[in-house]
Design a protein around this ligand. Structure first.
Ligand SMILES: *Cc1c(COP(=O)(O)O)cnc(C)c1O
Length: 365
C-alpha cells in the first residue's frame, strides 16, 4: 500500500529543470542575485501583482528580516497562537516578546476585537497570519495599527496566489512574508519572499539581506538571506505550473466538500476570496474524535497532520503562559487532510469513508 501523507511536494518535469541547469552552467553564476533569481522576482511580481518583492532563502528568515527592516529590535509583538511555530519563533529569535491574542473561532485568524486591550506602550507591531490562506480582517487591523502607530506584518506563508477583494493577499500590511518551502503550494525547494508597498522599506530589505553593504560601503548590520540560482530555477519551472496546481487542488477540495459537508465543521471562508486551496482543515467535535479519526486513517497508511497543534501559547520555552482558550480548543480538534496535486479522487473517497464511518461508530458509545 502506498502511504498517503498530508502533502506531497510538486516537482516539474525534469527536462524543464535540466534546461535551466544548463543555463546556470553557461552563466557560471550560482548565487548573489544572479540572472535566474532576477527573472523569478520579476515573474513573481507580475503573477502576484506586487510592486516590490525580495526572494530569499526561506520564509522564516523573511519574517526575521521584516522586523529588522521596520527597525523593531525589542518590545512586544501582538500575534496569533494558531500558526506554524516559525511565526512565534521569529519573534523570540529577534528578542521581542510575543503577546498572544486569541483567534476567531470561525476564521481561525487573530480576533481583531481582542487586539486593542493588549496594546501597551511597548507594543511595536502586529504579526498576524492568514492561516491556511484565509484572510485576516486586514482593514480592522490596519485601523488599529494606524491609531496606535504600530506596524503590521503578515505571515502570509499560506497565501501564495490568494486574492482578497481583488487584490493580492500579499499586498496588505507594512510587510508581507510568504514561504516557498517544498510543502507549500508554490515551491522553490526552500525559499520565501518579503513584499512591501513602500520603496524605502524595500531598499532597506535589499541591503539587510546581503550583509548590509553596498560594494565597500558597510551601511548597516545585515545578514545573508540570499537564495541561490538553483532555488530560482525551481521557482521558474514551478511558476509556469502554479495555475494548474491550484486548479487540481480545487478539484480535490471540492470532492472533500461534497462528501464531508454533512458531517464536519470547516473554517469560515469569506465570499470575496480567490482561494489557493493550500490546505484542507476540518474541525471535529472533540479531541477524542480527532484522535480516533487519526488512528483509523493511520491503519490504512493515511497520515493527516494536526495543523496546528499545540497552540503556540503553549510552547514550552515561553517565559510565561498566556491563555488563549479558543486557539487551544481548536488546536486539539483540527486536522488537515491529505491534499496534493496527484492525490487520486478514489483515495479522497476512501479517506472520507473512513472518517464518516469513524464518526458514526463513535456515536454508538
Ligand atoms: C511554512 C511556514 C513558515 C516558515 O516558512 P519556511 O520557508 O519553512 O521557513 C512560516 N509561517 C507559516 C505559517 C508557515 O506555514
Amino acid at each position: 500500500m502506498t502511504k498517503i501523507f498530508v502533502t506531497k511536494s510538486f516537482l516539474p518535469p525534469i527536462k524543464e529543470f535540466k534546461k535551466l541547469l544548463e543555463k546556470i552552467w553557461s552563466n557560471n553564476l550560482l548565487t548573489n542575485q544572479g540572472p535566474l533569481l532576477k527573472e523569478l522576482e520579476t515573474k513573481l511580481k507580475n503573477y502576484l501583482d506586487l510592486e516590490n518583492l525580495h526572494f530569499v532563502t526561506n520564509g522564516t528568515i523573511a519574517l526575521q528580516l521584516s522586523f529588522r527592516a521596520l527597525d523593531i529590535t525589542e518590545g512586544e509583538i501582538i500575534t496569533t497562537p494558531f500558526s506554524y511555530v516559525a511565526t512565534t519563533s521569529s519573534i523570540l529569535w529577534e528578542r521581542c516578546t510575543p503577546i498572544f491574542v486569541d483567534i476567531d473561532s470561525e476564521t481561525l485568524c487573530i480576533d481583531v476585537n481582542k487586539i486593542e486591550k493588549l496594546i501597551t506602550p511597548k507594543t511595536k507591531a502586529i504579526l498576524a497570519v492568514h492561516v491556511f490562506g484565509y484572510p485576516c480582517d486586514v482593514e480592522k487591523i490596519q485601523k488599529i495599527a494606524n491609531k496606535h502607530k504600530i506596524k503590521v506584518i503578515y505571515d502570509a506563508a499560506h497565501a501564495f496566489g490568494c486574492k482578497y477583494k481583488n487584490k493580492s493577499l500579499l499586498s496588505y500590511g507594512d510587510i508581507s512574508v510568504c514561504s516557498f518551502h517544498a510543502t507549500k503550494v508554490f515551491n522553490t525547494i526552500e525559499g520565501g519572499c518579503l513584499t512591501t508597498n513602500e520603496k524605502t522599506i524595500s531598499d532597506k530589505i535589499e541591503l539587510l539581506k546581503r550583509f548590509g553593504h553596498n560594494q565597500d560601503n558597510h551601511l548597516t548590520l545585515g545578514i545573508n538571506a540570499k537564495a541561490s540560482e538553483f532555488q530560482a530555477a525551481m521557482g521558474l519551472c514551478n511558476i509556469q505550473h502554479v495555475d494548474g496546481l491550484i486548479k487540481s487542488r480545487k478539484k480535490i477540495s471540492d470532492t472533500y466538500d461534497k462528501l464531508l459537508k454533512k458531517y464536519i465543521k470547516r473554517p469560515f471562508v469569506p465570499k470575496n476570496l480567490e482561494y489557493n486551496y493550500s490546505y484542507y482543515p476540518v474541525i471535529f467535535e472533540n479531541e477524542s474524535q480527532t484522535l480516533s479519526v487519526i488512528e483509523a486513517l493511520n491503519k490504512e497508511d493515511i497520515y493527516p497532520r494536526r495543523y496546528f497543534y499545540p497552540s503556540l501559547n503553549d510552547l514550552p520555552y515561553l517565559k510565561n503562559h498566556q491563555n488563549c482558550p479558543i486557539s487551544e480548543y481548536v488546536s486539539k480538534r483540527i486536522l488537515c487532510l491529505p491534499l496534493y496535486v496527484d492525490l487520486k479522487i478514489n483515495d479522497v473517497k476512501k479517506i472520507c469513508n473512513i472518517i464518516i464511518s469513524t464518526l458514526k461508530n463513535g456515536e454508538n458509545y
